[in-house]
Design a protein. Structure first.
Length: 276
């Protein structure tokens, strides 16, 4: 499991359309982002992690962290869930096919045609499953492997069928992989793991003490970005001047400034409390 703190992007977001949008529109982006940061920081600081479910904790901390799982994470968690040892992830070719419209080019060079695709399942496979690299698995075989939990489908992929490839073909049938369900079967495991195990893993690595330290880093960066934006209100550069003046005047007289200051005070209290 890899966890990285998300980058603060207040200045970049505020100035992204400078020169293309009006100063008031750019300043509105600043206002909206400030409100989002305040709401997010306040929610995390005030939350009692012990009272949150694993799913709730995962969703909360995903607001400030980028979370990714590796192959080992998938196999360990699926093994625990199904009480079966999953050891590898294989891409299983199936006999299932479907047709779709393929296109290329544009304008007078535009062309389209019916293309046939073969369905593949990327699946976690158990230690009792013997993967045959030369085999194309039938619809019946896939269902049987799912029923006895020999495989867990992680996601569905497809490849265009070329003229040199020959195999018995069956119409595609969407197969629900056990109780791991996701619309269109796109990354079933990610949804499943996030909902069931993501928070549990994060709870071990991201204690409230660790998270509060990261919140402090986020606030320090945010303060620097706010200062950088406001400094342009004193510059002679017309490119940033108008937007920066509006941002500074709004923030200095806004409720958000008081809320933001209170958040920083509460953070210090919480950090002191969690250090004891």
């Amino acid at each position: 499991m890899n966890i990285e703190r998300k980058k603060v992007s207040l200045a970049r977001d505020t100035y992204e359309c400078v020169g293309l949008s009006s100063d008031s529109v750019n300043a509105q982006i600043f206002k909206n982002k400030i409100k989002e940061y305040i709401s997010m920081l306040d929610e995390i600081i005030e939350s009692n992690f012990d009272k949150l479910t694993n799913k709730e904790l995962y969703e909360l901390l995903s607001k400030i962290y980028c979370i990714s799982f590796d192959e080992i994470d998938y196999l360990k968690m699926l093994s625990k869930h199904n009480n079966k040892q999953y050891t590898y992830i294989h891409k299983l070719p199936t006999t299932m096919v479907f047709s779709d419209i393929a296109t290329e080019g544009h304008g007078k060079g535009f062309d389209w045609w019916n293309e046939f695709y073969q369905v593949y399942y990327v699946a976690a496979t158990s230690d009792q499953f013997k993967f045959d690299y030369n085999k194309t698995y039938s619809k019946k075989e896939i269902k049987e492997l799912l029923a006895d939990k020999s495989i867990v489908v992680l996601k569905c992929e497809n490849e265009a069928i070329n003229d040199n490839k020959s195999f018995v073909q069956e119409d595609y049938e969407a197969i629900v992989p056990l109780d791991i369900n996701s619309e269109n079967y796109i990354d079933n495991a990610l949804v499943f793991i996030s909902d069931n195990y993501g928070g549990k893993l994060m709870r071990k690595k991201l204690t409230k003490k660790v998270v509060l330290k990261d919140i402090k880093k986020i606030i320090n960066i945010l303060n620097n970005e706010i200062e950088d934006i406001f400094s342009n209100a004193k510059s002679q550069d017309p490119y940033y001047l108008g937007t920066s003046v509006i941002c500074k005047e709004w923030f200095d007289s806004s409720e958000e400034k008081e809320k933001y200051n209170n958040i920083q005070k509460e953070l210090l209290k919480q950090m002191k409390k969690n250090n004891n």
